[in-house]
Design a protein around this ligand. Structure first.
Ligand code: PAF
Length: 284
């Protein structure tokens, strides 16, 4: 496994490795969710590049950039064991050198949900993903369905800017109690960790209601809110039933619907989602 820190070395490596080339972009602090992406990339490509870059531009001023978990030695050992060919771990000044002044804005897809709660977040995500696509020039790229809106933003920019990368989404990997794996789970105190499965319990309530025939989105949102209200440590930020492609809120669920939510537990912000009415793997 080659460890690369500079854009110039990455350009050389991408011309040397065998094709097809699969890219797994990450911010490190790897967990099973990331590893499922690496395994899928490994199974479908001749070469696998994993990037580890805690992208400063996708964190708001009051967010957790400095405290974001970092464990490069552990990450590298895990990636070596999964058979990654190249790990690209650039320092921030390689990605954003002095004078950097270009931003990629995916407009409507970035507006609701996470975009409304975290202004500027998707400007940072879209910009860094474009840069990583240009630096690595992958044939395929792998992202988690847990960040459902991020996935739609990336699909949009990939198509709008003609990158022609095949974007693959992988299902959310969960702890045995249902909590979606996330690097941010490391921030939870033991009490908060015990409370955190309420996030997935709210989504399960949505699934149950949908399975019982409920099609009014407001009824499903209310059921999710009721579950969250049963946990005193959970402070909901939003609860949404939206079209999975446009992310517009639905009144009537008459096709696949993305049930998603953001919940604060203490200072930790957790997000999660499920798709009602279809298999996650067949998302648009
Ligand atoms: O999902 C993430 O880890 C990040 O948002 C990504 C896609 C690597 C961009 O920094």
């Amino acid at each position: 496994m080659r460890l690369i820190h500079s854009v110039a070395e990455m350009a050389l490596a991408r011309s040397e490795v065998e094709r097809p080339l699969g890219l797994v972009p990450t911010m490190g602090a790897l967990h099973e969710g990331h590893l499922s992406l690496v395994r899928r990339a490994r199974s479908e490509n001749a070469s696998v590049v994993v990037t580890i870059f805690v992208n400063p531009t996708q964190f708001g001023p009051s967010e957790d950039l400095a405290a974001y978990p970092r464990d490069p030695d552990r990450d590298l050992a895990l990636l070596e064991a999964e058979g990654a060919d190249v790990v690209f771990m650039p320092p921030p000044k390689e990605v954003y050198p002095a004078g950097y002044d270009t931003w990629v804005s995916v407009e409507r897809t970035s507006e609701p949900l996470e975009g409304a709660s975290r202004p500027g977040h998707f400007l940072g995500v879209a910009t860094v993903v474009c840069k990583l696509f240009n630096m690595v020039r992958p044939d395929r790229a792998y992202f988690g369905q847990k960040d459902a809106q991020q996935l739609q933003v990336i699909r949009r920019l990939n198509s709008d800017l003609n990158f022609d990368v095949k974007i693959n989404a992988m299902p959310t990997v969960r702890e045995p109690d249902g909590l979606a794996m996330s690097s941010r789970n490391a921030y939870l105190s033991p009490d908060q960790r015990r409370a955190a499965p309420v996030v997935y319990a709210a989504l399960q309530a949505a699934q149950e209601l949908y399975a019982d025939g409920a099609r009014q989105a407001s009824a499903v949102r209310e059921a999710m809110q009721r579950v969250l209200a049963s946990e005193p440590l959970a402070q909901p930020e939003y609860v949404s039933i939206a079209d999975p492609g446009t992310l517009a809120e639905l009144e009537l669920i008459d096709g696949p619907a993305l049930a998603s939510l953001a919940v604060r537990i203490g200072t930790t912000r957790l997000i999660d989602n499920v798709v009602l009415g279809t298999d996650e793997r067949s998302l648009p």
